[in-house]
Design a protein around this ligand. Structure first.
Ligand SMILES: O=C(O)CCC(=O)C(=O)O
Length: 261
């Protein structure tokens, strides 16, 4: 079955080989070097504008070849963020759909999760409900505060039939690709190793951001005939002060979209 047929049927693809073990070590070392310099990188928005490693990964031809089959030949990077669960911690992600609060006017969007460590059931890999993207937008409850939930608003879909959940386990260097209406979650990392994913969100250029003005994106393949977005600049060196300042401004804008109902 083609990638697009599998994706249409299940709402996600998993276990797609992207980079080899040496490349994983190199990219992970670059992340950990940045962490030593500026502190935790978990869930910072737009990291491809301050670090060359995620910029390179987010425009990796092997990833874009798959994304092209899912959303078409014209591709914008919307956001790039690391999602890191430290060893033996309670950090988790409640059942949710990505697109619920993002303010996009179309679901021509796909999220890639590239494993920079082992992502297994014990380290808290993603769990998917196959076919749930076909249900469209589901009601989310804005939960009481839970510092261990990675999601900004602790939002969750209640009454998910977890017996239907499938673990999307990934070896380092493999990726999953999921649809914005797919129900997914992840459990705490009960292993002795860090669980590190690079989450890359792509959209087709016609997709509009309806919540805020001045949102940015970066064309990585094809043509942007719509020009709905100001332009992100991919980092070619690391942690340049001007890029760091700009990223902080972009982070505020990102929170104004994904961080509120
Ligand atoms: O990294 C995780 O555990 C969850 C990731 C997620 O929810 C996403 O990529 O949309």
């Amino acid at each position: 079955m083609s990638y697009s047929a599998q994706y249409d049927a299940r709402g996600y693809l998993s276990g797609i080989d992207i980079i080899d073990a040496d490349e994983v070590s190199e990219h992970r070392a670059q992340l950990e070097h940045a962490e030593q310099q500026i502190g935790p990188m978990h869930y910072l928005a737009k990291v491809h504008t301050i670090l060359s490693s995620p910029a390179k990964l987010a425009s990796h031809p092997r990833i874009l070849d798959v994304v092209e089959q899912l959303i078409g030949p014209d591709i914008l990077i919307y956001n790039v963020t690391y999602i890191i669960k430290e060893a033996n911690t309670k950090s988790h992600v409640s059942w949710h759909q990505d697109l619920t609060y993002w303010g996009l006017d179309s679901d021509d969007q796909v999220s890639v999760w590239l494993a920079l460590s082992d992502a297994s059931e014990s380290s808290g890999c993603m769990r998917m409900i196959p076919g749930s993207h076909r249900l469209g937008r589901q009601h989310h409850i804005l939960g009481e505060d839970d510092d261990n939930n990675v999601l900004f608003q602790n939002q969750r879909v209640a009454d998910v039939d977890e017996s239907k959940a499938v673990a999307a386990e990934l070896k380092p260097g493999q990726a999953s690709f999921h649809h914005g209406w797919l129900l997914h979650s992840s459990s705490p990392n009960q292993s002795a190793e860090r669980r590190i994913g690079l989450n890359i969100q792509y959209i087709a250029p016609h997709v509009r951001q309806t919540k805020v003005r001045g949102f940015t994106a970066l064309l990585v393949r094809g043509v942007d005939r719509y020009r709905h977005y100001d332009r992100d600049i991919a980092a070619t060196s690391d942690l340049e002060p001007a890029a760091m300042q700009r990223r902080e401004d972009l982070e505020r804008l990102y929170h104004d979209t994904a961080g509120r109902a």
